[in-house]
Design a protein around this ligand. Structure first.
Ligand code: F6R
Length: 242
């Protein structure tokens, strides 16, 4: 079941997502936050930092799990998701470093890194999972064709995803890693509550397919049709085909 919210612009979309996040953080004794990277959640992260600074909302008791990480980029690379999360959120709030979980994209044994991450994730129930959506309908880095039963796994990134993400690598697709470690679709579906943020015209088709298309692995996000609590927060461009 989808609860859909359409807002005028990215700032309003971010405010709406922030409200839901703050409600979970302030009403749950030990909140478990599922976090995403990419452009979509950045506005919400800014609002979390501003609210932490001005109202003292604390993340001391939070545990966080990120969705994914590029394989082969050192943690310290400016485009690793480790760096992204520290720059865009963690350095601005008081979540303890030891409570932060991000897949290890530098592990020699990638399969073991996936299994370790999934086992750690399974010790918790994610209270709120933030998602973006790829223009090909991916969530986390579960590209089209990924089984709905998937747990944390290694994924070859599609050409389309690498093209979409080249903007973070000085526009050079050759610099975008070809693989990622990602939570699977079944991992994501265990979250209690999901908030998906989608803005811009290039998301409109994926958003339509997620909500109204058949539930098929061609559109990985269509699995969310089976989740009991999904809020999709969009701007008008992303909602244009609904
Ligand atoms: C990031 C992630 C991806 C992005 C998606 C949309 O952790 O899991 O699924 O959410 O690629 O990216 P943006 O928000 O940059 O359009």
């Amino acid at each position: 079941m989808f609860n859909t919210i359409i807002k005028k612009n990215y700032d309003e979309v971010s405010s709406e997502a922030f409200k839901i996040m703050k409600d979970v953080v302030t009403s749950t004794p030990r909140p478990v936050l599922g976090l995403a990277t990419g452009s979509s959640p950045v506005g919400m992260y800014k609002k979390m930092i501003a609210d932490h600074n001005s109202n003292g909302t604390s993340y001391q008791n939070c545990v966080t799990f990120n969705l994914d990480e590029y394989v082969g980029l050192p943690k310290t690379h400016d485009q690793s998701y480790y760096t992204f999360m520290h720059e865009n959120l963690f350095s601005g709030i008081d979540v303890p470093e030891e409570n932060i979980h991000i897949p290890n994209g530098e592990a020699a044994d990638e399969k073991a890194a996936c299994d370790d991450y999934e086992n750690e994730l399974k010790k918790y129930t994610v209270d709120i999972q933030i998602l973006g959506i790829g223009s090909d309908g991916h969530i986390a880095f579960n590209e089209p064709g990924t089984p709905f039963t998937s747990e944390t796994h290694l994924m070859d990134l599609t050409e389309q995803t690498r093209r979409d993400n080249a903007r973070f690598f000085d526009g050079d697709i050759d610099e975008v890693p070809t693989e990622a470690i990602t939570q699977g679709l079944a991992s994501i579906m265990r979250a209690k509550k999901i908030v998906l943020i989608a803005t811009g015209a290039n998301k409109a088709e994926a958003v339509y397919n997620m909500i109204h298309g058949p539930k098929i692995t061609d559109c990985p996000a269509s699995i969310l049709q089976d989740h009991a609590d999904v809020t999709v927060i969009m701007d008008e461009a992303a909602a244009a085909k609904l």
